[in-house]
Design a protein around this ligand. Structure first.
Ligand code: NAP
Length: 539
């Protein structure tokens, strides 16, 4: 067994199709950390990389003041890697990598079993051995895998599956809890791959994983929102900056309070950036995770396993969540939808902060005191008839607006909404003949990646004020048209920030850091490429 190196907590896997590409990635990784994995299996002939390892180590020593810790991996094709050679050739590459200065090697269990204990023990004498199991489709039962891995003495065991539902994350975290209870210093690395598995990557260190992986941060001038570089070492891999700065994965503890965004999809939400920044600003040991889930029954079980302290709810779960909570406030019941849940003594308590998120900017725009109603005779029209339109209708009723018209592309749905909640249906064709004090736009038209579209024509904008609930981009085409028509405008970002601030207060009981939340939201929104970028085709 090689001497135990003291391991940093985050390792960056370097990939590349050619030796120069691989080394270039490794050099960029070494700007963040001294702990880098060389994916030798990515290049056509891994032996070509070996002579470059000693100079890379020397370079790192002069740059970092300490030698890089390099983990060599040469995973075979049948086991999810790219190396086309035999098991014997794989061992040869790994042994030569160790001789070239790699202090650690990763060997998959399938190759260990094929080569037998003597070959594995010999490799372990050359370098610190990470014996790994990967499943690229699911997270199977853990106990048989643990037994299989444990048959071979190793310095560290790595158990990585693919999460297909949130209970996979809670299972792997419970497994880590159990391993660190038994040994003072965990010698397991465990998490789930895939977008669903992201929470386990963020929480693994807190639960005792020896280390986790992150991709190189994107170039400073890169538009990151379209996703990291096309080819990642593993699905769901977060970049270094996101893992450390946004989620503070290496500062979380088993006692950190866990929050998140439940939805499907959750990838482009700016909520994680805002809430994590707010937790940090208020000195809270808490994190807000992306919780991609489609099955609410499974989510409830996972949430109890994590355990979650609270979460936001977004499309498509806002309405259905009402059935899963133990208590909902009057506004949430009236809206028939929930967007915020907190967990108190195991009970799920819910509110709908979208309503407050619409009321607050309107109070500011019309200079209304805390309980002051809108003036008598105030006329409002809502365009759209989904969840946001419902929230807008209730918000306007809270402000005691007596004339609320509902319009949209689907007159039957509009009539139903108006009948249910007490508005007046208005055919869309009549909009341009009417005058309103306020027009609320509550459809996704104009939202990124289809920014630039407007559901309404200028002649239909005969209102004093146009409130577009779309917040990405903050300045929509509709708002531009409204401005040009001489209307006052409110961006959906005002609603987003107001509802997020209410969520923060509901969960923590603290005053939200409003200015910071706005600054972070604007920074995040600036990262979305104009015109939709590469995501346009995928949405
Ligand atoms: P929803 O429940 O799915 O309702 C969407 C509404 O938009 C429906 O009335 C739908 O009409 C209509 N619609 C969809 N595509 C349309 C199109 N191409 N042309 C005309 N009408 C169309 O969604 P929601 O929860 O109400 O959210 C609507 C939008 O509000 C979101 O996309 C988001 O931009 C915004 N929002 C903002 C915040 C915030 O914090 N600022 C919060 C929530 C929502 P049909 O019924 O005919 O399909």
């Amino acid at each position: 067994m090689a001497n135990h190196p003291s391991l940093p907590r985050i390792c960056i896997p370097a990939t590349g199709r050619t030796t120069p590409e691989l080394l270039d990635y490794a050099r960029r990784a070494l700007c963040c950390t001294r702990f880098v994995e060389l994916r030798l299996d990515w290049v056509a002939n891994p032996a070509d990389v070996l002579p470059a390892i000693p100079p890379l180590l020397a370079e790192s020593a002069s740059q970092l003041g300490t030698r890089a810790l390099v983990l060599a991996t040469c995973r075979r094709q049948p086991n999810g890697g790219r190396f086309a050679g035999t098991v014997a050739e794989q061992f040869e590459v790994l042994e030569k990598a160790a001789a070239a200065g790699c202090r650690l090697v990763d060997l998959e269990i399938e190759s260990a079993e094929a080569a037998g204990p003597d070959a594995v023990a010999r490799l372990r004498r050359a370098a610190w051995l990470v014996l790994s199991f990967h499943d690229f489709r699911s997270l199977p039962k853990l106990a048989p895998i643990v037994r299989r891995l444990r048959k071979f003495p190793a310095d560290c065991y790595k158990l990585v599956g693919t999460a297909t539902r949130q209970t996979d994350n809670s299972r792997i975290l419970a497994f880590l809890d159990s391993t660190t209870e038994r040994t003072a210093q965990g010698n397991w690395i465990a998490f789930c791959m895939g977008e669903v598995g992201v929470p386990s990557r963020i929480l693994a260190l807190a639960r005792g994983s020896r280390f986790v992986y992150a991709a190189c941060p994107p170039d400073a001038d890169a538009r990151t929102i379209s996703g990291p570089p096309a080819e990642l070492a593993a699905p769901g891999l977060l970049d270094w900056t996101t893992l450390r700065d946004r989620y503070r994965a290496d500062h979380l503890t088993p006692r950190s309070a866990l929050y998140g965004l439940l939805g499907c999809p959750v990838r482009h939400s700016i909520g994680a950036a805002i809430h994590n920044a707010a937790f940090r600003a208020r000195g809270l040991d808490a994190v807000y995770l992306p919780l991609l889930a489609s099955d609410l029954r499974n989510f409830r079980k996972a949430a109890e396993g994590f355990p979650l302290a609270g979460f936001s709810v977004t499309i498509p779960h806002k309405q259905r969540m009402l059935r899963w909570v133990d208590r909902a406030d009057r506004a949430a019941r009236a809206a028939g939808a929930v967007n915020t849940v907190r967990v108190r003594r195991g009970r799920w308590e819910a509110i709908n902060t979208d309503i407050a998120g619409i009321v607050a900017p309107l109070r500011r725009a019309f200079r209304l005191g805390e309980r002051e109603p809108l003036p008598a005779g105030f006329r409002a029209v809502i365009v759209g008839n989904g969840g946001a339109a419902r929230a807008a209708l209730i918000a306007l009723q809270e402000l005691r607006c007596r004339s609320i018209a509902v319009t949209g592309r689907n007159p039957a749905k509009g009539s139903r909404l108006a009948r249910d909640l007490g508005g007046k249906p208005l055919p869309l064709e009549q909009l341009e003949r009417e005058r309103f004090d306020l027009l609320v736009h509550a459809t996704p038209v104009g939202m990124w990646p289809r920014a630039g579209e407007s559901i309404l024509r200028p002649e239909q904008l005969n209102g004093g004020l146009v409130f577009d609930l779309v917040y990405n981009p903050p300045e929509t085409r509709l708002l531009e048209l409204a401005w040009a028509r001489g209307c006052r405008t409110i961006s959906g970002l005002e609603m987003f920030l107001a509802q997020a601030a209410r969520q923060f207060a509901y969960w923590t009981g603290l005053e939200p850091p409003h200015h910071l939340m706005r600054r972070v939201a604007l920074d995040e929104l600036r990262r979305f490429p104009e015109g939709g970028g590469t995501e346009q085709r995928q949405q």
